[in-house]
Ligand binder design. Structure first.
Ligand code: 5RP
Length: 262
């Protein structure tokens, strides 16, 4: 099965596999959303079933919750966990300070709440997610449905005075209907091209009525595990200032790839 994976999927897989080593018995762990996080959940499920790993997972979306249960991970809510040892999640972009754009999968609100309630956040990503400046990936913001067009106009107007190159926004769609988040809200994707001051932008956007949360994760991520299509992985820890390199062999197991075939 791994032979059929694209280089990007292999990169995502090795990053997830390496990051699974962070999870120890007895931990409460936030489980991210997206295709890279799905690899993580599969790897952890494999270790629960075959390696006897025991931990509790707090999913950041209904999709991740479904997959986690399916692969045998014990799922609890954030309110049950209250505080987490660790969150591992994907990202749409990360910069040299490990600031992130997240929300490509539409789960940014739960993802930010869960990551912020964790002693440590580890991001897993293929090397293509690394950028010098955030903003090429459209910045998702979650808005409440009431008056969303007014909120959109307010956001676009506010962007005029921000250090960004673009200020167009679009409503995220799911077919011919608005994409609805797990909290029943809409997502606006902001095409900013380059964000000069992500910290300032994150604060300003969140002050607008109608905005629930934005996809900029500033000073939340502690380490990034970067995967390459040839099996190399690099772990960069911003607190320790360390960079560790490793290589992961693609080992095909029935369990790990089972749900892909279903
Ligand atoms: C979901 C996210 C994801 O982590 C992000 O979109 C990356 O996804 P993928 O791992 O599929 O590339 O923020 O809201």
């Amino acid at each position: 099965m791994t032979g059929e994976l694209s280089p990007i999927d292999k990169a995502k897989f090795v990053a997830a596999k390496r990051a699974a080593d962070y999870v120890e018995d007895g931990m409460r762990v936030g489980l991210g959303t997206g295709s890279t996080a799905a690899w993580l959940v599969r790897c952890l499920g494999d270790q629960v079933r075959d390696g006897g790993l025991r931990f509790k997972g707090v999913p950041t979306s209904s999709r991740t919750a479904d997959l986690a249960r399916k692969v045998g991970i014990e799922v609890i809510s954030l309110d049950e966990a209250k505080w987490l040892d660790l969150t591992i999640d994907g990202a749409d972009e990360f910069d040299g300070d490990l600031n992130l754009i997240k929300g490509g999968g539409g789960a940014l609100l739960q993802e930010k709440i869960v990551a912020t309630a964790s002693d440590q956040m580890v991001v897993i990503a293929d090397i293509g997610k690394e950028v010098e400046h955030l903003g090429a990936f459209p910045l998702p913001i979650e808005v409440i449905p009431f008056g969303w067009q007014t909120t959109q106009a307010l956001v676009e107007e506010t962007l005029i005075s921000m250090d960004v190159l673009g200020r167009k926004s679009s409503m995220r769609m799911n077919g011919d209907r608005p994409f609805i988040t797990d909290e029943g809200n809409y997502i606006l994707d902001l095409s900013l091209q380059r964000i000069g001051n992500p910290r300032q932008l994150a604060l300003v956007i969140n002050q607008m009525p109608g905005v629930v949360e934005n996809g900029l994760f500033i000073d939340i991520c502690d380490a990034v595990v970067v995967g390459y299509g040839d099996g190399r992985v690099e772990t960069r820890d911003i607190n320790e200032g360390t960079v560790e390199q490793d290589r992961i062999d693609f080992i095909e197991t029935d369990n790990l790839f089972k749900d892909l075939a279903e």
